[in-house]
Design a protein around this ligand. Structure first.
Ligand SMILES: Cc1cc2nc3c(=O)[nH]c(=O)nc-3n(C[C@H](O)[C@H](O)[C@H](O)COP(=O)(O)OP(=O)(O)OC[C@H]3O[C@@H](n4cnc5c(N)ncnc54)[C@H](O)[C@@H]3O)c2cc1C
Ligand code: FES
Length: 390
């Protein structure tokens, strides 16, 4: 599946990104690692008219200690946290938790800022941030700091305003002889937690402090994963009901009244999609109000420079397969789980179904065809081939 149409913006400074968010209000969404946002857009659970990609803004990617805090730039990838000696030696909860988040390919793209700002109680970082007493720094006109325990408002709802960008996560340095741990129960490797617990212990205090039991899908009165399922199924019911009523009215008034999925919010279930609605409206493309800019991109794929003109929503896997006709990269799922679409992007393995083609502009890509070329010229392959081993 591919996302509904949107316009893609790639600001080069924080100021530029903030101006775009201010201009487009709740029609715009920040895109960082894309590992939560793009699957949602692909499944059409959400739709936004504008994506503001903050991946190329310098200075948002760091891990350092300053003023008694561990300061982590919001664009720091989960893989960088996993490799950090500072985190491994001084922040045991983070060191425990990060390798348990998703799989290495997701961690290569996913950022700490995205995990925190997503507002999904299924994510691992929110409970950890609560246990560690973290504070979040947001920029949006002026800077403000928000304690983690005041940040989460509900399912996919946080204290961040639509025109704000989370820029830094601050975690107080652990006092001497303190410790902590994170444990996660999941159905299989790479999955979201069924239940998880983050504990930060400070022996100077008499009672166990800052311990959080985390039932990841629990949010307000909507309990556990069932809550999310109920929410989705409520939306589906609403969508089906709308669709049924629209049909009963001959595809007329009520359908037109409902209109296509609205940008800037979670959609009202699986009712008619934008394309169906467009057809039902005799081709009056409401989404057509959006100017879908095409982007000229240039990538180096398996050593050869290739250029293409792509729509914002085109996924990298489709660029590789359908535009460049390299069909060794596959699509095996709609949920970014299977890894059949894996390619190397600037040397890091990523899921090409969860990266926009336009994001690869200027990048070096290696597909399985490129790996085959490399293997063919390697001495290992040469040594094995005569014995029919490979
Ligand atoms: C197969 C799979 C398995 C996964 N398993 C787990 C798991 O076990 N545990 C887990 O915790 N996560 C899991 N995830 C989610 C993953 O960790 C995401 O990377 C993370 O939730 C979001 O980070 P991101 O950088 O990719 O954010 P994006 O997807 O780019 O953004 C997520 C949301 O946060 C907002 N946002 C992002 N950055 C900012 C910012 N700086 N300021 C303001 N808003 C921002 C976006 O607008 C969007 O609403 C999984 C994902 C996949 C695809
Ligand atoms: S993870 Fe990309 S197609 Fe399954």
């Amino acid at each position: 599946m591919i996302p509904a149409a949107f316009d893609y913006h790639r600001p080069e400074t924080l100021d530029e990104a903030l101006k775009l968010l201010k201009k487009h209000g709740d029609e715009a969404k920040v895109l960082s690692g894309g590992m939560s946002l793009l699957p949602m857009l692909k499944l059409r659970l959400a739709s936004f008219a504008h994506l503001v990609d903050i991946n190329r803004i310098p200075g948002l990617d760091y891990i350092k200690e300053k003023g008694g805090n561990l300061c982590i730039g919001a664009m720091t990838r989960q893989a960088a946290l996993e490799r950090s000696d500072l985190i491994r030696t001084k922040y045991p909860i983070l060191a425990d938790a990060i390798p348990l988040i998703a799989d290495p390919l997701v961690r290569n793209r996913g950022t700490i800022g995205g995990n925190v700002a997503n507002g999904d109680p299924g994510n691992d970082q929110p409970a950890i941030m609560l246990a560690l007493g973290a504070t979040f720094v947001a920029q949006g006109g002026k800077e403000r700091t928000i304690p983690a325990n005041q940040f989460y408002k509900g399912l996919y709802s946080t204290a961040l305003a639509p025109n704000e960008i989370l820029t830094e996560i601050r975690i107080p340095a652990p006092p001497p002889r303190s410790g902590g741990a994170y444990a996660k129960l999941k159905r299989k490797t790479g999955d979201f937690a069924v239940a998880a617990a983050a504990v930060a212990a400070d022996p100077r205090k008499e009672r166990r402090d800052r311990a959080r039991r985390h039932r990841p899908h629990e949010c307000g009165t909507d309990a556990h994963r069932g809550g999310r399922r109920r929410e989705i199924s409520r939306r589906e019911d609403a969508g089906r009901e709308n669709h049924r009523r629209g049909r009963a009215a001959g595809g007329g008034e009520e359908l037109a009244e409902r209109g296509p999925p609205r940008h800037g919010r979670i959609q009202e279930g699986n009712g008619p999609r934008s394309d169906d609605t467009r057809a039902a409206q005799g081709g009056a493309a409401r989404r057509g109000e959006l100017t879908m800019a095409m982007h000229k991109i240039s990538v180096t794929i398996n050593g050869a420079v290739r250029e293409a003109e792509v729509e914002s929503r085109l996924l990298l896997v489709h660029l590789i397969r359908e535009v460049f006709r390299m069909t060794g990269t596959h699509v095996g799922c709609d949920t970014s789980h299977c890894g059949a679409c894996t390619v190397h992007l600037d040397g890091e393995p990523v899921k090409s179904c969860t990266v926009l083609a336009v994001q690869a502009d200027g990048a070096k890509i290696t597909t399985v065809e490129g790996l085959a070329q490399m293997a063919a010229s390697s001495s290992v392959q040469a040594g094995l081939s005569p014995r029919s081993t490979v």
